[in-house]
Design a binder for this molecule. Structure first.
Ligand code: SF4
Length: 329
């Protein structure tokens, strides 16, 4: 098998070190397979990872929290809010330095004038040509846009979902720095279109659509092609990102799991410090919302000496969603 050389942005993403900056949910196109959630699609809102943000400063805080080594700017269509893209990228580069790798997704075919506004702010351009251009892709404005971007010093290529007929992109590979293929994903906003086309989920666990890997197979071993599976995104990329955030935000008594969640003990007793907790070092507990949070093992081992409702909590870092609550009798 030929070794793959993924886009640089993919390498940072593999480490879970790339912040996803969703810069707007609006887009001129209406691809039937668009993976955006109903909450994001068509709405001019900004998210840094999963957190809504209103300013570059808020995005910087999220990037710091996960020790981000780079950012992927996505949407919606970033070129519809180009000034915003410039503002956020400028702040990211000035806070983290030119080495902070920024890639930009677009469903358009930007020309020289638009691209020149991104010089020094964006490192990599990922263009998504619509499937009805694939048959004649070398003569499309999308191939021309990649050529201009490369000439201007950007790394540039295509990013497309794995759809039937994707092998039509083979002739364009010599013109690209990379071709990223995302495994086609079933989502709440595209489910009806998927059903209409007779598509099915590949299993009951992931969002991958049955056949998506097979459609990409003719291209997959080309050295410029990188296939990003739904399984990888769920299990590797998200887990590594959570671990980075957990390490930066965990309190001294939070246990960080191998999955990137945190575990702590909760005592709901009106916020009165039990005697056993009073013997602990400073920083070993926190009184919050009328409850005590401390080491999980304190709650488990000394349950008989602690009044009130007790439980062990597992949740995503930085007060993220609660994954499991285990009552301690
Ligand atoms: S170009 Fe991208 S964001 Fe726009 S509709 Fe298509 S898949 Fe969705």
């Amino acid at each position: 098998m030929t070794a793959q050389t993924p886009a640089k942005g993919c390498v940072t993403c593999h480490e879970g070190a790339k912040m996803v900056l969703f810069i707007t949910g609006i887009c001129r196109r209406s691809c039937w397979y668009c993976p955006l959630s109903i909450g994001r699609k068509g709405r001019d809102t900004i998210f840094a990872n999963e957190t809504p943000v209103n300013s570059p400063g808020e995005a910087l805080s999220i990037a710091r929290m996960m020790d981000a080594l780079g950012t992927g700017v996505t949407g919606g269509e970033p070129f519809l809010v180009l000034e915003r893209v410039i503002l956020f990228c400028r702040e990211l580069k000035s806070a983290f330095g030119p080495g902070h790798h920024i890639h930009l997704y677009t469903g358009e075919a930007p020309g020289r004038d638009q691209l020149s506004l991104l010089t020094g702010l964006v490192d990599e351009i990922r263009i998504h040509p619509p499937p009805d251009t694939w048959a004649d892709i070398r003569d499309s404005p999308y191939a021309e846009s990649v050529a201009i971007a490369r000439e201007m010093g950007f790394s540039a290529g295509f990013e497309v979902p794995s759809l039937p007929g994707i092998e039509a992109l083979a002739p364009v590979l010599p013109l690209l720095d990379f071709l990223n293929i995302n495994e086609l994903e079933w989502g709440e906003s595209n489910a009806d279109a998927m059903r209409e086309k007779g598509l099915e989920l590949s299993d009951g666990v992931h969002n991958a659509v049955k056949g998506a890997w097979e459609w990409a197979r003719p291209l997959i071993h080309h050295p410029k092609v990188h296939f990003c599976s739904s399984r990888f995104k769920d299990s590797v990329q998200l887990r590594k990102r959570l671990i980075r955030i957990a390490r930066n935000t965990a309190r001294p008594f939070d246990h960080v799991t191998d999955d990137g969640t945190i575990v702590y003990g909760l005592i709901q007793n009106g916020g009165i410090l039990p005697a056993v907790v009073q013997t602990l070092d400073e920083g070993s507990y926190e009184v919050r919302d009328g409850a005590i949070e401390t080491f999980w093992w304190v709650v488990s081992e000394f349950a008989g000496e602690i009044a009130g409702e007790k439980s062990i909590i597992e949740r995503y870092p930085n007060r993220g969603i609660i994954v499991e609550v285990t009552p301690v009798p």
